[in-house]
Ligand binder design. Structure first.
Ligand SMILES: [Zn+2]
Length: 152
């Protein structure tokens, strides 16, 4: 896994956080070039599907873009993107207001990006981090959601 980029300003910010917040932040940095994303890319490649990564011109910068299918995939961490009913999405009891407002901003951003993409005619799929722990099942889901294109 590549080392996180040196960023003194974020290191300073980390200094002002509680130990709990700091460890969460470190977890996020470690998972930056994320394993879940790599798993999804491998599964999709194994299905013979072609995609592009993180098109910056699209709202929310989706992780995988399937142009001809007009479909995008976001690979979301269960905690940072608040996967509903998922144990990994549970908000910590310590410093709850901090987490609630921070995570609410993330989910608002996610919703706004999804709506903007849909308005542009994109189908938006979300793969949750916890789904990448059962890759066989996830691959079946992806195969169902991204069937072969009909020949022209
Ligand atoms: Zn989850």
């Amino acid at each position: 896994m590549p080392a996180p980029p040196a960023d003194p300003s974020s290191a300073e910010r980390l200094d002002r956080l509680t130990p709990e917040e700091r460890s969460r932040n470190m977890a996020r940095i470690r998972s930056h070039n994320t394993k879940p994303e790599k798993i999804v890319r491998q599964l999709v490649t194994a299905l013979g599907l072609r995609y592009r990564l993180q098109r910056r011109d699209l709202p929310g910068k989706p992780d995988l873009v399937f142009g001809p299918r007009r479909t995008v995939i976001f690979v979301h961490g269960c905690f940072w993107h608040q996967h509903a009913h998922c144990p990994a999405g549970r908000i910590p009891t310590g410093n709850r207001p901090f987490w609630e407002s921070k995570l609410a901003r993330n989910t608002q951003r996610d919703t706004a990006a999804k709506l903007a993409l849909q308005r542009l005619g994109w189908r938006v799929l979300t793969v949750w981090e916890c789904e990448t722990k059962t890759p066989g099942k996830l691959q079946k889901r992806l195969a169902r959601l991204l069937p072969p294109l009909a020949p022209e």
